[in-house]
Design a protein around this ligand. Structure first.
Ligand code: NCD
Length: 306
């Protein structure tokens, strides 16, 4: 039985195969329509979500399987004080695979240790979000044809943004990648990510507060929302929330083939006028997220039945 808690739980060659399967799902969806017939996915969401939960569910339906869902922690036994360990042990009796989102870092690991079926981390606090990274990797692969020789700008809340942490961990395994980390001083990338993924591997990176200065050098610009729910006080959030707003004006100095990404939801980070720019890739990420979740669940369920 195999769970995916961190993107590094998947090897580079496994991610390559997930991309190959995803490209095939996009070209031949009918071939996959019954692949998970008779299987059940349980979605356990202890935190708000639109895309992640619905895309897991849509993915399982498109594989011919079924879904049972806990969408609101307040109406579950968690509200009575049940532990994550007991909840997943229970849900393992009802489902063949579990996708779980939780506000606490490490909750997904606890779930994986106690579940009797594979667990997929759909976000644990400000820590990891591996399936968003799979969506991001498929998008980059389809837009850029691969991962090498890219200058990747990550902009916004690099401290609490779990999608950023997982994406850096994944891309830092590739050759000749270079990162530009754009954030306010208070929201810089945590040193545990910087040390393990960048410094120890000698991956070049630059830290700046100035998006406009670095935008011309970027191949990828990954915008993120300031993570209000992880702040200790509202004043800091209000001061920092609109630090970066991408507009058509700012994009004038960017490369013609820049890929503008965002895990969504956006608040103010990208003005809606940018949606018409051919470089806007964030709604492609949403579509690719469903496809990669199909490929991942198929893989884990096939491995589990061996
Ligand atoms: C992200 C998340 O939940 O971390 N959303 C998502 O899953 N696409 C990003 C965010 O909430 O800002």
């Amino acid at each position: 039985m195999r769970s995916v808690i961190d993107i590094l739980d998947l090897t580079e060659s496994e991610i390559d195969s997930l991309i190959t399967v995803s490209d095939d799902i996009i070209s031949n969806p009918a071939k996959y329509a019954r692949k998970c017939a008779g299987k059940k996915l349980a979605t356990l969401f202890f935190e708000p979500s639109t895309r992640t939960r619905m895309s897991f569910e849509a993915a399982m339906y498109e594989l011919g399987g079924n879904v049972i869902s806990m969408t609101d922690a307040a109406s579950s036994s968690a509200a009575k004080g049940e532990s994550v360990a007991d909840t997943v042990r229970t849900v393992s009796c009802y489902a063949d695979i579990i996708a779980m989102r939780h506000p606490k870092e490490g909750a997904a690991l606890v779930a994986a240790k106690n579940a009797l079926v594979p667990v997929i981390n759909a976000g644990d606090g400000g820590h990891c979000h591996p399936t968003q990274t799979l969506a991001d990797l498929l998008t980059i692969h389809r837009e850029k044809g691969g991962f090498d020789n890219l200058t990747v700008g990550l902009c916004g809340d690099l401290k609490f943004g779990r999608t950023v942490h997982s994406l850096i961990n994944a891309l830092a395994r590739n050759k000749n990648v270079r990162f530009v980390l754009i954030s306010p001083e208070e929201l810089k990338l945590p040193s545990y990510v910087k040390d393990a993924s960048l410094k120890s591997k000698g991956i070049p990176y630059e830290q700046t507060t100035d998006l406009e200065k670095v935008i011309p050098s970027l191949d990828i610009l990954y915008m993120t929302r300031v993570q209000r729910e992880r702040f200790f006080n509202e004043e800091d959030y209000l001061r920092l929330k609109d630090s970066y707003i991408l507009t058509p004006e700012k994009l004038k100095n960017a490369k013609e083939d820049l890929c503008v990404m965002h895990p969504l939801p956006r608040v103010n980070e990208i003005s809606v006028e940018v949606d018409r720019d051919k470089r806007a890739c964030y709604f492609k990420q949403v579509f690719n997220g469903k496809i990669m979740r199909m490929a991942l669940m198929l893989k884990l369920l096939q491995e589990d039945s061996k």
